[in-house]
Design a protein. Structure first.
Length: 189
């Protein structure tokens, strides 16, 4: 066997949207990566955000992974993307030097009967608390840290450059890691 035939290509996961279809692709890619000999699963994030329920599914998949997941923001990690970035393995959360992170309140739209609107408002409130709690926990901050900072900004979108994401504990390193594969050849007689 030639060395290039014996070598497995490392599997990376790419996230640019948060939807039911994106969760399906995410699970397939994570499963492929888990079935290789690579020691860590790189998850590249370049997203404007999306469905919070899809984010929660992706977080559950990462937490139940056999291997640690490195998160790498290239371009942007906004809304759900920012939370996913923070959920990477501690010490393996990266942000490229020109990337942007954005955090904000959960967005929702509701119509229907009065009680349905109230029910949807309660669910939106629950999701918002959950999102901020996940950020607080993964950034090693006290409960309410991110909610307070968003409140101080008038509950508007909070944009951060790479240095700010590092300062607030959303990322551990500025830069994009390199994935290298070493092949060891052993000759025996």
């Amino acid at each position: 066997i030639k060395p290039e035939e014996a070598m497995e290509a490392p599997v990376s996961v790419y996230v640019n949207e948060f939807s039911e279809e994106a969760v399906k692709i995410f699970l397939e890619d994570i499963t492929k990566a888990n079935n290789t000999s690579q020691p860590i699963i790189p998850i590249y994030i370049d997203s404007y955000g999306g469905d919070v329920y899809a984010l929660m599914a992706m977080i559950d998949i990462m937490e139940n992974c056999e291997k640690p997941c490195a998160t790498i923001c290239v371009g942007k990690a906004m809304s759900c993307g920012a939370v996913l970035l923070a959920c990477g393995e501690k010490g393996h959360r990266y942000i490229s030097k020109n990337a942007t992170v954005m955090i904000h309140d959960v967005s929702a739209y509701s119509d229907g009967k009065f009680e349905e609107v109230k029910s949807n408002a309660r669910e939106t409130t629950r999701l918002q608390k959950e999102m901020f709690n996940i950020l607080d926990k993964n950034a090693d901050k006290f409960t309410g840290y991110f909610d307070r900072l968003v409140f101080r900004r008038g509950r508007s979108d909070w944009y951060m450059k790479a240095e700010d994401a590092l300062k607030h504990g959303i990322a551990d390193h500025i830069g994009v890691p390199k994935f290298t594969v070493d092949i060891l050849t052993v000759c025996k007689f």
